[in-house]
Design a protein around this ligand. Structure first.
Ligand code: SAM
Ligand code: SF4
Length: 463
């Protein structure tokens, strides 16, 4: 039976039938992988064929194709950001989350604006330029205005060499007029995870509060886009239900946004459930996703929506993060804390879940530089108005690359000049020289003057 919400319909029966009737088929899989190399994305039948891959040879072929597509579209740049948890107040009861209402193990706290400014300053001093503001689904007495004030506070913090240039937000779903007000605060992406697209599972794991309402949540992206927010980020909390169902349902969600608004989603996040204090269910996810399946789903998403950013958080450990960078991930968080005030003082008793990667930003930057990636702190597109449809119009013919690699290098040099340890600077400087030498003449002509300007003390140089 098809299930209706305001604007989004997930056809569960269609997905179940497709998964039940499809078996691994080598000829079909090779055909889909060839199609993926055309960089035009895949349909549900293609994705079902890939989701049924089990044999090592076909898995290898899937991973190799994902790497090719990743290289072709994203080259070697890797965008970095940090979450900033402003509050763990919450009126909902999601069985997997430490912030769930009534969890006595968690000390509740919404940061005061001075504390938000303090956390922001710490992130800027680590070299960050992009922040993901995160909050539980209840606000202090000012209501939603609290979030607006936090955004203003973060943008207002300036240090000698830095400032936050893009704030993405992951907060509770809003009404259309509230989304308009949020957009007016100059946010980048509005991010919200459906958690699970499987309605029965959804009602089993969301026990109280407004989040119980599946339709209210699944309609959030439509309302955000109606309000003019054209960069939206979707996601699934993997481990709640069959990952193959979730990937196909997510595709249906994105396709309907694209049909209605002319553009799908800007990013997809792929969190897996991690242990959380006072949330027993997080220790035993109903349908845990194995490491192999996790790699598989990242590769499949890369081929399915080649121009959509894929985000990997510090929930995963360093090894899995390294592997999935090659398979399709284009943005990673680094040096994260998931308790409000965590950059000043980490406190697991106030954290949302446990982290898999505890390295500092400097260490992550050095590590990925050694792997040949250019750590990018670029926020150029968003500030030049290259968002939503405009972004996709540039991205699809491959034009965005002209900006991205150049801006990645200039923002990386900014990091190396002002924030890197001597060890990281040495590794990074060498990589920058190599990247400049390997650029096309046209790109190099754009990149070299920017790099010179940044080394001469100019900040925020981008094209
Ligand atoms: N409260 C808002 C919400 O629920 O959408 C936004 C913030 S919530 C802190 C951000 C995301 O964290 C959730 O959407 C959920 O997917 C994820 N999350 C919650 N508990 C988790 C856990 N134990 N492990 C990994 N991710 C978790
Ligand atoms: Fe609250 Fe979000 Fe955690 Fe659910 S996932 S308990 S809504 S903070």
């Amino acid at each position: 039976m098809a299930i209706n919400s305001d604007a989004i319909t997930i056809d569960e029966a269609k997905i179940h039938t497709a998964l039940e009737t499809t078996r691994e088929d080598a000829v079909r899989v090779r055909e889909v992988l060839d199609k993926a190399l055309e960089l035009k994305g895949l349909n549900e039948s293609d994705v079902t064929a890939l989701a049924c891959v089990e044999s090592p040879e076909l898995l290898d072929a899937l991973f190799t194709t994902a790497k090719q597509v990743k290289d072709e579209i994203y080259g070697r740049r890797m965008v970095l950001f940090a979450p900033l948890y402003v509050s763990n107040l919450c009126a909902n009861d999601c069985v997997y989350c430490a912030f769930r209402k009534g969890n006595p193990a968690v000390h509740r706290r919404a940061l005061r604006q001075e504390e938000v400014a303090g956390e922001t300053k710490i992130l800027i001093d680590q070299g960050h330029k992009r922040v993901l503001l995160v909050a539980g689904e209840a606000y202090p007495k000012e209501g939603l205005e609290y979030i607006f004030k936090c955004i203003e506070t973060i943008y207002d913090v300036k240090t000698e060499w830095g400032e936050i240039r893009r704030i993405n937000v992951n907060i509770a779903p809003l009404e259309v007029d509230e989304f308009r007000a949020l957009k007016a605060c100059r946010i980048g992406t509005y991010q919200l995870f459906q958690e699970t697209y499987h309605r029965d599972t959804y009602s089993r794991v969301h026990l109280a509060g407004r989040k119980r309402d599946f339709d209210w949540r699944i309609g959030a992206m439509s309302r955000a886009m109606e309000a003019g927010i054209d960069d939206v980020g979707v996601g699934v909390l993997f481990g709640l239900y069959d990952w193959r169902f979730e990937v196909l349902a997510l595709m249906q969600h994105v396709a309907q946004l694209e049909e209605r608004f002319g553009v799908g989603c800007h990013t997809i996040s792929v969190p897996r459930i991690e242990p959380a204090v006072g949330a027993e269910a997080s220790e035993h996810p109903p349908m845990p996703v194995s490491d192999t399946d996790f790699r598989k789903l990242v590769a499949i998403l890369r081929l399915t929506v080649p121009y959509t950013g894929l985000i990997m958080s510090t929930r995963e450990g360093p090894d899995m993060r390294r592997e999935t960078l090659a398979l399709g991930v284009s943005q990673i968080s680094a040096g994260s804390r998931t308790n409000p005030g965590g950059y000043d003082k980490e406190d697991y008793e106030m954290s949302q879940f446990s982290l898999g990667d505890h390295r500092s930003v400097d260490e992550v930057v050095r590590d990925i530089s050694q792997m040949g990636y250019i750590p990018s702190f670029c926020t150029g597109c968003y500030r030049m108005g290259r968002t939503g449809q405009d972004f996709m119009d540039l991205a699809k013919p491959g034009l965005i690359k002209h900006y991205c690699e150049v801006n990645a290098v200039s923002t990386f040099v900014e990091f190396l000049e002002h924030y890197a340890s001597p060890e990281t600077k040495a590794v990074g400087d060498q990589l920058v020289e190599q990247v400049l030498a390997e650029m096309s003449p046209g790109q190099r002509n754009r990149a070299e003057p920017l790099v010179r300007e940044v080394r001469d003390g100019k900040r925020d140089a981008y094209v």
